[in-house]
Write a protein that binds this ligand. Structure first.
Ligand SMILES: [Zn+2]
Length: 308
């Protein structure tokens, strides 16, 4: 299995940066971001130091189906490092994992897919190696998104787990989603990628300083597992009553799940205080579906750490 990729080789030595998109097939702006970053960097190839490798759509079978996963239903963000002789998704996981191990730095771009919309943030794992962790903090800042979230390093099967085990500084980004293409999200992500290239000294020019609103490091187990946040208590029709970035207090009603006739309305309450950073974008829900998530931040512009 070979991944379709775009590579720009600089004329001077420098690091190897890998940027991937489309690990999930229904996350569109990252795919366009990667294609656009290629065109921008290719046009100034003589000024590039090092190597830039770009994969616009890691999971092409899933993209063709307009689904998160391919026909075998295996989530690429759960089965890395994959299997060379496995199912289609396992082979893709193997190919992307092998590629990650060749990089010096790695960015994996995502969004909320068809079912969720995500307030822009950069994330990384709370790596046990302090120098890798610090590089990841710097990369996350250089991507210029308003929220930075460091989470449980123990989650397995991710592209970031492969980078973690190889001590390669890596971040992931989440911007928007809802299964639609939004140009403004692409613009944001392109700016982030180019700024990281400048930050790493791969492109000339001074990197912009980040203007982050919140920087949280959450050391609690399974922090960062997006699908498990705020599960719906029942089947029904979900209506959020909050908007992105809004501050909420624990216990505050953030939406309702109602039945078909509107006779029963189950309030959904904030499970913690913080800001709304993920919202479900599809009204039809089944019991257990993730309705959204709150980032438990309490202070602006400062690194805040949460422990068990
Ligand atoms: Zn994703």
């Amino acid at each position: 299995m070979n991944l379709d990729k775009l590579v720009v080789n600089g004329e001077e030595p420098g690091p190897h940066l890998l940027i991937t998109a489309g690990v999930h097939g229904d996350e569109y702006e990252p795919m366009e971001t990667v294609r656009r970053v290629f065109k921008i960097v290719e046009a100034v190839q003589s000024k590039l130091k090092g190597t830039l490798t770009l994969v616009p759509v890691v999971n092409q079978p899933a993209f063709k189906l307009a689904e998160r996963t391919g026909a075998d239903k295996l989530d690429l963000a759960r089965i890395c490092p994959g299997k060379e002789e496995g199912s289609e998704s396992e082979q893709i996981a193997y190919a992307v994992s092998t590629l990650i191990k060749t990089a010096d730095y790695y960015i994996d771009m995502h969004n909320g897919g068809r079912y969720h919309n995500i307030f822009p943030f950069s994330g990384y794992v709370l790596h046990s190696d302090e120098s890798v962790l610090e590089s990841q903090r710097q990369l996350a800042k250089a991507f210029l998104l308003p929220i930075i979230w460091g989470t449980d390093p123990g989650l397995q099967g991710r592209t970031l787990s492969v980078a973690r085990d190889a001590n390669i500084p890596a971040i992931y980004t989440e911007i928007g989603g809802a299964g639609i293409y939004q140009e403004s999200n692409t613009v944001l992500a392109v700016e982030g990628c180019i700024n990281v290239l400048k930050f790493l000294g791969m492109l000339p020019g001074k990197a912009k300083d980040s203007n982050i609103s919140y920087h949280l490091e959450d050391h609690r187990k399974e922090s960062g597992h997006l699908q498990r946040l705020l599960p719906s208590p029942t089947d029904g029709f979900y209506m959020p009553v909050v908007s992105f970035g809004q501050e909420v207090k624990e216990g505050e009603i953030i939406g309702y799940v109602q039945d078909v006739l509107g006779q029963s309305r189950t309030p959904i309450k904030a499970d913690q205080s913080g800001i709304i950073f993920i919202l479900r974008s599809v009204a039809s829900v089944q019991k257990g579906d993730a309705l959204g998530a709150i980032l438990p931040v309490r202070q602006n512009n400062k690194l805040q750490s949460i422990y068990e």
